[in-house]
Design a binder for this molecule. Structure first.
Ligand SMILES: NC(=O)c1ccc[n+]([C@@H]2O[C@H](COP(=O)([O-])OP(=O)(O)OC[C@H]3O[C@@H](n4cnc5c(N)ncnc54)[C@H](OP(=O)(O)O)[C@@H]3O)[C@@H](O)[C@H]2O)c1
Length: 300
């Protein structure tokens, strides 16, 4: 199966379309919502453009519905209502949170359905293409279509990772923590540096060796062994001073600092470098020095 259509040529649709066409797949059509993006997508992907999804899907053997998550089911239903699916086709979406079940309208029309989520970030076309090699794709759906998924992922230079359908939401929550929340966390550190009038670029340059070494260590030995710093050392007074100073000069970051601090206490307890007594003290400082530990600290 080599003929593909991309319904929703946004960040992911364009990257998959381009990468697959470079590997010998034939792009037989694409669709976007707006006329101007449709024209640009046609130029980039060098393929026919359609205003109506069912006209593109009829031409293809494999159909990617890469619209925003909230309208995948609706677009799939619209194609089915217009007889845009044919028996034997494979219909794929790339959402991390939804299962292949939301493509039931395609399955009822005789197509096989898959979800194939790239565990990668696609902020734009060039960066997306650079990030593809080695990316894991979480695949779930009709077993008869798995060989198609394996061929697609291999053509994209990626690896297949099988996810039970009922675990997809948790799988996606983990990806969200690892990617999006990491961005939010680092934004917090950068905002503090900006508050001290360190220029944005310099702040990033200064923090980056620390960030990348931490990531390397986590990859090498895991989060427990990679954890360093005042909580891992049991240095409660340092945490007390952080909480007090943040409260004075940057209170907006205190909730994040406290939540991450509590989780870091748990990690340090698991690591074994922090004893229960110091953990209790740090916990109280994180709470502002008043709260009693309700015991939840020592649970998962
Ligand atoms: N971006 C990521 O980092 C990432 C990572 C992993 C998985 N994903 C998944 O990939 C999928 C696509 O995400 P994305 O980030 O590529 O989204 P996106 O950049 O917002 O692109 C969505 C595309 O869908 C088009 N579209 C919207 N409504 C449509 C409709 N009714 N009919 C046809 N096309 C329509 C949009 O057209 P216009 O351009 O005209 O608005 C746009 O081209 C989602 O399921 C997402 O969860 C994304």
């Amino acid at each position: 199966m080599k003929k593909i259509a991309v319904i929703g040529a946004g960040n992911v649709g364009k990257v998959l379309g381009l990468a697959l066409s470079r590997q010998g797949y034939a792009l037989v059509g694409t669709v976007t919502r707006r006329a101007e993006t449709l024209h640009a997508a046609g130029e980039l992907l060098q393929c026919p453009v359609y205003e109506e999804p069912h006209l593109a899907s009829r031409e293809a053997e494999i159909i990617f519905i890469t619209t925003p998550d909230g309208i995948i089911a609706e677009v799939c239903q619209e194609i089915a209502d217009n007889n845009g699916f044919l028996p034997g086709q494979v219909v794929v979406h790339c959402s991390g949170v939804h299962s292949s079940g939301i493509l039931h309208a395609a399955r009822e029309a005789g197509a096989r359905v898959l979800s194939m989520h790239p565990l990668q970030t696609f902020p734009g076309t060039e960066a997306g293409l650079r990030g593809l090699p080695g990316t894991f794709f979480a695949v779930e759906g009709d077993p008869e279509a798995f060989p198609v998924a394996e061929k697609l992922v291999s053509a994209l230079g990626g690896n297949v990772m099988s996810i039970p359908t009922e675990m997809k939401t948790l799988y996606h929550a983990a990806a969200c923590i690892a990617c999006n929340y990491l961005a939010t966390l680092l934004d917090g550190a950068l905002r503090l540096y900006q508050h001290m009038d360190v220029p944005g670029e310099q702040a990033m340059e200064a923090l980056y060796p620390l960030i990348s070494m931490t990531l390397e260590n986590i990859k090498e030995v895991g989060p427990e062994k990679a954890l360093t710093g005042p909580i891992a050392r049991g240095d409660a007074a340092t945490i007390q001073s952080h909480v007090a100073e943040l409260g004075r000069s940057f209170p907006g970051l205190l909730p994040l600092y406290r939540t991450m601090g509590r989780e870091t206490v748990r990690l340090a307890l698991r690591k074994g470098t922090l004893d229960a007594e110091r953990a209790e003290k740090i916990y109280q400082y994180l709470e502002g020095g008043f709260a009693e530990n309700d015991g939840s600290l020592f649970h998962r």
